[in-house]
Each structure stands twice: as structure tokens, then as C-alpha cells.
Design a protein around this ligand. Structure first.
Ligand SMILES: [Zn+2]
Ligand SMILES: [Zn+2]
Length: 346
């Protein structure tokens, strides 16, 4: 077994503490990664707080992982010691089902193995990236392009792919009108990616507080959703609305902003069910959809796309002792725009 330092949480309302965890010895197709940076995702907070169902504590969250390969199994072919790599939200899947064979491992019919709060093929609980080392089989490891620094690479592994995949799937190029709901960790990535894909991008944020940032990142328009006039003015405007907010929103109000055949895609995952008036779909042949991260092949495509288009998250690097404080600030929307833990401080 390989010892790793980590930050773990023991219950829904417990603070993080320093912990020693074990990583498995390398299987023939595994790589050992020395983690350099781990992003803090809103999902980490939902999971650590037990809001998405029961959790086996102690829990080490973190699925935005960037680091360096320090050892490889005997049959590893894709990576060498010293390679700059990342790991996102999943570390394994069945590899056999229809969806896995299509490269959509996130939708594995047997369920993908999440990077943390899951159970791996050996029956062991998975523990995430708030840690100094992780062992992952090579097929679930991503290559980080040379011109992306490891600290800014980390958030791409969840926030980047979560927004890239639906924008890619619904083909937002060619000046399509796209609205991004929320200017947080996900939203500020979505603005950059949609802009680089060629969309006309509008940000819908609660207030105009982050307008300057939004425009600078590539938004063409920016509206406050706390102003009811926004919903009148923009009625029937958008081909695609990407909702990145994981709090409850008024779906019916947002559906009214879609064109004929427009789609509202949720990537934010509120803990509570949302309600919608189906007439808002029927009347304009609109769709309400969801999207979960992206497959491994698409995640690599996203990293290469970001490298080519100079897309990077805005980050605030913190030490391991600041995780609790960072969680509070994320919940208060007081982050520009992603916290990244420097794991050398573990
Ligand atoms: Zn995430
Ligand atoms: Zn599968």
C-alpha cells in the first residue's frame, strides 16, 4: 500500500482534519500520480455535507486533480513517469456496456466509479484529490497540455468538462444565442468556452456585480435576474440556456427565454426536486435536459480546446488548512472563481 497525506471530513457538519490514507499498490494498468493541485467543486460540498444521500465517512473529496506521474504499472502504455496529468470525476467504469463503448463512460449502465464517495472494483471506498497521491488506471487519466499550468488545469477536470460537454453536444457555434445562468466556477468557464465555440453569449446572473468579469471573459451581454424586466426583455431569445446554478431556480421563468426548439440544460444539481409547467415546453417545442460531465475522450478534447484557445479558470490558490473557510465562501458566492488547494501544504 502507498501512504498519502489527505484532508478528510468525518461527518456532515464536521471540519476537515489532516489524515493519512492508503492508496492501492499499482496494478499493471495503474499509474501513481503525485497530486499538485486539487480544485474545490460545489459537488464536494454537497457530498461532504451529506446532501446527496448517505456518505461513508471519513471522506476525502476532490475530483479536480492535477499532478505528475511518479510510477507506472507494468502494462501501462499511454503514460510515462514525469507526465503532467489530470483526473476528473470518475476513475473507472465497466468498459463493456453500450455507453462505455461509445466513450460516454460517465453514463456507464453499471454506474461509473466516482473519484470519491464510490466503491472501486476491489470493493474499497474511493477517496479523492484533497490528497498528495492517487492511484488510477491509465484509461481514466487525462494529459494536461504543456501550456496549461497545473493549478489552472485542475478546475478544468470538472468545471471545464461539465460545461464543455453540453455546449459541444448542443452545437452552440455559428452565432447561436446561448445564455449561461450563474457566474460561478462553472459559469465563468462556460462563458469562455461558448465564446470560443462562436456563440453569442449572454450571462444571466443574480446581480450585475460580476458584469465586468463576464464581459472580459467573452460574454456579449450580461443581465441581472433579480430584475423582472430581464425576463420580459429576453423572452423567446435563446437557442440554449445552460443552467450552472445548483440552488433552486424558477424553471418556468427561464424556459420562457427559449426560442422555438430551444433547450434548457441543467448541469447544476440542486438537492431539492424542481417543478415545471409542461405547457412551457409544449407551447414552443422546447426541451429541458441534463448533462453529466463528459467522457474521457471528450475530456481530453476539452483540455486541448482550452489550450488552443487560451481558456483558463480564474483561481484562488489556498492551503490545506483553509478548506473549511473556502467551503463557507463558496456557499456565500464569495469566490473568483474557483478555489484550488496547493497539496504541498498537506
Ligand atoms: Zn465537480
Ligand atoms: Zn459501462
Amino acid at each position: 500500500m502507498i501512504n498519502a497525506k489527505a484532508r478528510a471530513v468525518d461527518g456532515p457538519d464536521k471540519p476537515f482534519r489532516a489524515a493519512e490514507i492508503k492508496r492501492r499498490d499499482l496494478d499493471s494498468d495503474d499509474v501513481l500520480i503525485e497530486i499538485k493541485y486539487a480544485g474545490i467543486c460545489h459537488s464536494d460540498i454537497h457530498t461532504a455535507h451529506g446532501e446527496w444521500g448517505p456518505v461513508n465517512y471519513p471522506l476525502v473529496p476532490g475530483h479536480e486533480i492535477a499532478g505528475i506521474i511518479t510510477d507506472v504499472g507494468a502494462n501501462v502504455t499511454k503514460y510515462n513517469i514525469g507526465d503532467r496529468v489530470g483526473v476528473g470525476c470518475m476513475v473507472d467504469s465497466c468498459g463493456q456496456c453500450e455507453n462505455c463503448r461509445k466513450g460516454e463512460e460517465q453514463y456507464c449502465l453499471k454506474g461509473n466509479i466516482p473519484t470519491y464517495a464510490g466503491v472501486d472494483k476491489y470493493g474499497e471506498p474511493t477517496q479523492g484529490g484533497y490528497s498528495t497521491h492517487i492511484v488510477v488506471q491509465e484509461d481514466f487519466v487525462l494529459r494536461i497540455p504543456d501550456n496549461i499550468e497545473l493549478d489552472v488545469a485542475a478546475p478544468l477536470l470538472c468545471a471545464g468538462i461539465t460545461t464543455y460537454s453540453p455546449l459541444n453536444h448542443w452545437k452552440v457555434g455559428n452565432s447561436k444565442k446561448v445564455a449561461i445562468v450563474g457566474m460561478g466556477g462553472l459559469g465563468h468557464m462556460a462563458v469562455q468556452i461558448a465564446d470560443a465555440m462562436g456563440a453569442e453569449v449572454t450571462v444571466l446572473s443574480q446581480t450585475l456585480k460580476k458584469k465586468e468579469d463576464g464581459i472580459q471573459l467573452g460574454a456579449d451581454n450580461y443581465y441581472a435576474t433579480n430584475n423582472p424586466e430581464t425576463f420580459e426583455k429576453l423572452a423567446g431569445t435563446f437557442d440554449l440556456i445552460l443552467n450552472t446554478v445548483s440552488a433552486k431556480i424558477d424553471l418556468n421563468a427561464y424556459l420562457g427565454l427559449l426560442t422555438l426548439d430551444g433547450t434548457l440544460v441543467n448541469v447544476g444539481a440542486p438537492a431539492e426536486p424542481l417543478s415545471l409547467n409542461v405547457m412551457n415546453l409544449i407551447g414552443h417545442r422546447r426541451s429541458f435536459a441534463g448533462s453529466l460531465i463528459g467522457g474521457i475522450r471528450e475530456t481530453q478534447e476539452m483540455l486541448d480546446f482550452c489550450a488552443k484557445n487560451d481558456i483558463a479558470p480564474k483561481i484562488e490558490v489556498i492551503s490545506a488548512d483553509q478548506i473549511d473557510e473556502a467551503y463557507k465562501r463558496v456557499l456565500a458566492s464569495d469566490v473568483k472563481y474557483r478555489f484550488v488547494i496547493d497539496t504541498s501544504t498537506m
